[in-house]
Design a protein around this ligand. Structure first.
Ligand SMILES: [Zn+2]
Length: 387
């Protein structure tokens, strides 16, 4: 069941920076603004060891600020309208109509570790780039960090009360809810946030040749493919939530003794395990196995969760590969830096790193290649716990 896109990876994230007209590297146009941060471009050549001399990689990571006139007004017009405000639970009715800025990571667990209300995050459009066009993380306000517009106030507080209001006790319900929230953000990105890019595309199609828009067209196609696949998952999740069928989700939980230096939550189809070995072919259009990867905290102690459908063999293999890692904290940080965009870094940790260590992390984020050797900078003393 392959299409003409065979050979391209299916996208875990929507493209960011948004690349247009990739028929010629020298004419790549990059448009967008901070509101589409954390949407990540994935092109087939990205999954290779980072090499600063590879022009393709450098262009992908950089914004061509020297050619602002190339930015396309129609995209900006769409972005100015803002992202869709919906409640993923609207099918059930009873929404209170007020969509809130839902946090995919609970602000309260990291706000005391912020610096003047800010934490570090990579912001592709507003962030600083160095002379090599590498993006560096910037301080972001904790009210903005890791938020999305996917729930009404009532449902956000009702659904997640067991992880928002209660201490972490590794209950099946809590694991389900962490997994579901990771899913919700990813589904929101693919089903709703991406609409801005789709509607801009129809305007662009009037002005640019199909060849110039080829790359964007592929990304829109693949995003729709993922969104359709995840829509089935959404209705399963909603049924399970209403029936309190918490056992539908299986979770592997590791708890530390220290506050984690990086916090993240992602719903994704892993291609590589912690050893860096490919264990799922994400280049196929057949349905993938999706898992969630969450680093959060309770009482300033790290909690690392790997969750997925009960009995999912990919989840178990993924968790097994993690247990085999000799430096588990470094393994988590490395996987996050090389794979995800939706994460924050605590200022105390990031600012304590020597410049050349920071540079290695920046390169890892830019290169998107796992497994890369990164410095061992901290140890949260993770230990597996069982419910
Ligand atoms: Zn609602």
């Amino acid at each position: 069941m392959l299409s003409f896109f065979d050979g391209l990876p299916r996208f875990i994230y929507i493209p960011q920076p948004l690349l247009l007209g990739c028929n010629n590297e020298s004419e790549i146009l990059v448009v967008g603004d901070s509101t589409v941060s954390r949407i990540r471009n994935e092109l087939k050549n990205l999954d290779e060891p980072f090499n600063p001399h590879l022009r393709h990689q450098r262009l992908l990571g950089g914004i061509k600020r020297d050619k602002p006139e190339n930015a396309l007004p129609s995209i900006y017009q769409e972005l100015r309208k803002g992202f869709a405000e919906i409640c993923l639970f609207e099918d059930t009715g009873q929404c209170d109509g007020k969509i809130i800025r839902a946090h995919s990571l609970q602000k309260r667990i990291f706000k005391d570790h912020a610096k003047n209300g800010h934490v570090y995050q990579f912001e592709p459009f507003t962030g600083r780039h160095d002379a090599d066009r590498n993006l560096w993380p910037d301080l972001i306000g904790i009210n903005e960090a890791t938020t999305f517009l996917g729930f009404c106030k009532r449902h956000d507080s009702q659904i997640f009360s067991s992880i928002e209001d209660l201490p972490f006790q590794n209950t099946p319900e809590q694991k389900f809810l962490y997994h579901y929230r990771a899913f919700a953000q990813m589904y929101y990105d693919k089903a709703y946030k991406f609409k801005i890019i789709e509607s801009a595309f129809s305007n662009l199609a009037k002005k640019f040749s199909p060849q110039e828009l080829n790359s964007l067209a592929k990304q829109i196609y693949l995003n729709k493919h993922d969104a359709n696949e995840l829509k089935l998952q959404k209705s399963r999740f909603n049924d399970q939530l209403q029936n309190k069928d918490w056992s539908a989700v299986e979770g592997h939980v590791f708890v530390g003794e220290n506050m984690p230096d990086i916090l993240t939550t992602n719903f994704f189809a892993p291609r590589k395990n912690f050893h860096g070995q490919i264990f799922q072919d994400t280049k196929l259009l057949s349905p993938l196995k999706w898992v969630s990867f969450t680093v959060t905290a309770a009482d300033d102690r790290a909690i690392f969760l790997l969750c997925g459908d009960r009995g999912c063999p990919f989840l178990r293999e993924f968790a097994t590969s993690f247990r085999e890692m000799p430096l588990q904290t470094t393994a988590v940080i490395t996987y996050v830096l090389c794979t995800f965009e939706n994460f924050i870094m605590l200022p105390r940790w990031w600012e304590s790193l020597p410049k050349n260590t920071q540079k290695k992390f920046v390169n890892a984020f830019q290169g998107r290649f796992y497994r890369r050797e990164l410095p061992n900078t901290c140890d949260w003393k993770l230990k597996e716990i069982f419910s």
